[in-house]
Design a protein around this ligand. Structure first.
Ligand SMILES: [Cu+2]
Length: 648
């Protein structure tokens, strides 16, 4: 399938096993550890629950210096040595806005810093807690949750304000993780430098182009350096309109060529929009009250034995000679290579490994977000029971009530939920029939999705646990089963007469070193690079259909900035006859299939499946340059991203 992929460690699960068996003995570098464990950087704003001191007996350690030299092989932490469902789920604090700084705006200041945080890891030999050096916004990973209120014209009862955030970069000048200096990074210096550059994007936000977090609008500490589209006059202050309906957005780093590393280091947080309709549902008892609404940011990571973050540091090698091919353009020295994908073997929720949440026997609302670099999650709630000496699992029904961009028309009863990177789902889970029981949120999505390796049922096959151990608080009534969720159904976007659709492609080629190069492109021109001229130029206030033809063997989560779109349908095509760049060769097969009920709402990220054309429709109502891209971050950083510009 992936003939161009000759990276030794494409599949990290395989890589881990290789490391934990034969390769550990090759090189061993001991970190000199000394006792100073309580040196967490605590936020200047809202601290996060999980920045708390680790349990008794905490081991000390200088922050592990982890900008790892190339091609070293250090021992990794084995996920099977780690306790599961012991660490309490951390819930990110809600940031408090300053309403006086800039009247009319909710104003926040969120600095990006490096800190040490307890992610729930223990030393497998001593049982002592291990701390991890991470990056975070506002002093924590994940960053604090921003709660905004809709400013939409339909939100008249309790209208909100736009939000302003000063995003400042107070990170070290050296990256925490292995940097590939061969990528196109739109840097001011050759060789993908400066190493540490950041720009924040509000994912799913209806945002003016200047504040959208364009990947080339990155900046360095003190705004001393900036990318080609960085506007120094903004001084890192971004405006968010909030003129959209209630939903869960998220903010994360989007810097050119280093998004995968910056997000992996910890730069992500929730951004919830509230509105009158949601209040109405709460007042009517159709949604769990706020105390029972919990955001769940699901991510995979790998760690070295000292608890520091592992990200592959191997150069890209010639498969025959084993000589490094990824060479720094400035020094000519081997550098770590971008990966085709990266899959960690630890699962974290809100920055804690395999956490547990004690719940009451009632309904809870979970705001689910897949914030992983490459991993998909196919999730179920499984009730763990004993049948004699055997553990058996019974998967439970739950309700999906919302998608990326807002509530569905009506709740969808289901047993499973599939989330690609960056997708969100709003769900309601009823624990009332499980008093005293433990329910495991499980995952069985293959990596890469959908045809890659299966999960390890004892590690990546598990996400978190819910123990129905708390007594029911009778003072707060349980919610009713959610039924109709909107005053009027979501209007179907309609194509506009005279506005042609676009045929776009997802493809795989090779870069200058022979590495797998995932690309976007157009049906007429074939695969295109980031630097090729902009081809997608919707006119302002028009509605367009984009047909995205996936010629690759993997599912790619395709994300458009600016808009919330609707999925129209998916249809198979003949992959044997189709040639990108020759539109006449597209032979559609079978019938177009409308999206299932779990995707029948507002979306900003769509799963483009292999061998399928997915059609999406969106309305473009703000001028300026934005991007669309695959949200597998290793793909996005390696050219699977293109500009689009809304023009007059
Ligand atoms: Cu992709």
């Amino acid at each position: 399938m992936r003939i161009n992929n000759v990276l030794n460690n494409k599949n990290s699960d395989w890589h881990m096993r290789g490391l934990t068996t034969a390769r550990i003995s090759l090189i061993f570098i001991a970190f000199v550890m000394s006792a100073c464990v309580e040196t967490f950087t605590v936020s200047t704003g809202e601290p996060l629950d999980n920045t708390t001191t680790p349990p008794q007996g905490g081991q000390g350690g200088q922050p592990p210096v982890n900008n790892n030299p190339v091609d070293t092989v250090l021992p990794l932490l084995d996920p099977l040595t780690q306790p599961k469902f012991v660490n309490p789920l951390a819930i990110p604090k809600v940031a408090s806005p300053d309403k006086r700084k800039n009247p009319g705006f909710d104003y926040y200041e969120l600095a990006m810093t490096q800190m040490q945080q307890y992610l729930g890891l223990v030393d497998p030999v001593t049982g002592r807690p291990l701390v991890t050096t991470v990056w975070g916004y506002g002093g924590s990973y994940p960053g604090p949750t921003i709660e905004a209120r809709s400013t939409s014209s339909e939100n008249r009862v309790n209208p909100g304000s736009p939000v302003q955030v000063l995003w400042s970069n107070e990170l070290p000048v050296t990256h925490l993780l292995p940097l590939d200096t061969t990528l196109d990074c739109a840097t001011v210096m050759p060789g993908c430098r400066p190493e540490v550059r950041t720009v924040t994007h509000l994912h799913g936000g209806h945002t003016d182009a200047a504040s959208d977090g364009h990947p080339e609008a990155w900046f360095t500490p003190g705004f001393t350096l900036g990318g080609p589209t960085f506007d120094p006059t903004m001084r890192g202050v971004y405006n968010y309109r909030n003129d959209q309906e209630a939903t869960a957005l998220w903010y994360h780093d989007h810097s050119m060529g280093t998004t995968r590393l910056n997000v992996y280091a910890g730069l992500a947080g929730f951004y919830l929009i509230r509105d009158d309709n949601e209040d109405h549902l709460l007042n009517m008892g159709y949604l769990p009250q706020r105390a029972y609404e919990i955001p769940l940011l699901i991510q995979d990571r790998s760690f070295y034995k000292d608890g520091s973050l592992y990200y592959p540091n191997e150069s890209f090698k010639d498969p025959v000679t084993n000589q490094p091919l990824s060479l720094d353009p400035m020094t000519g020295q081997p550098v770590p290579s971008v990966q085709p994908e990266f899959f960690g073997d630890f699962i974290l929720v809100n920055g804690k490994t395999w956490p547990v949440l004690e719940v009451e026997p009632r309904k809870y609302r979970f705001r689910m977000l897949n914030g992983s670099n490459s991993r998909f999650y196919a999730m179920e709630f499984n009730l763990k029971q004993m049948a004699g000496a055997t553990t058996v699992y019974r998967n439970l029904n739950f309700f999906q009530i919302g998608t990326d961009g807002g509530l569905l028309n009506a709740a969808v009863e289901t047993k499973s939920l599939l989330l690609a990177p960056a997708e969100r789902a709003d769900i309601v889970m009823d624990f009332s029939q499980a008093v005293g029981e433990t329910i495991i949120l499980t995952n069985d999505a293959r990596s890469p999705f959908p045809m890659g390796d299966s999960v390890d049922p004892l590690a990546t096959g598990q996400i978190m646990a819910f123990k129905v151990a708390k007594p029911l608080n009778f003072n707060i009534p349980d919610s009713k089963q959610p039924q109709s969720l909107r005053p009027v159904n979501i209007p179907h976007l309609r194509p506009m007469p005279g506005v042609p659709g676009r045929e776009l492609i997802l493809s795989e080629g090779t870069d200058q070193f022979g590495r797998l190069l995932p690309l976007l492109g157009t049906s007429e021109m074939g695969p295109l690079h980031w630097w090729d001229p902009t081809t997608e130029t919707p006119r302002i206030n028009t509605t367009e259909i984009w047909s995205i033809i996936n010629t690759t063997p993997d599912t790619h989560p395709v994300h458009q900035h600016l808009v919330q779109f609707q999925i129209m349908d998916r249809q198979r095509f003949d992959t044997a006859t189709y040639v990108a760049g020759r539109p006449g060769t597209l032979q559609l097969l079978g019938s177009p299939m409308p999206p299932g009920p779990q995707e029948s709402g507002w979306k900003d990220t769509v799963r483009a499946n292999p061998g399928e054309v997915v059609r999406i429709i969106a309305h473009y109502d703000l001028l300026g340059e934005y991007v669309w891209h695959c949200h597998i971050l290793e793909h996005e950083d390696h050219q699977m991203m293109r500009r689009f510009e809304v023009i007059m």
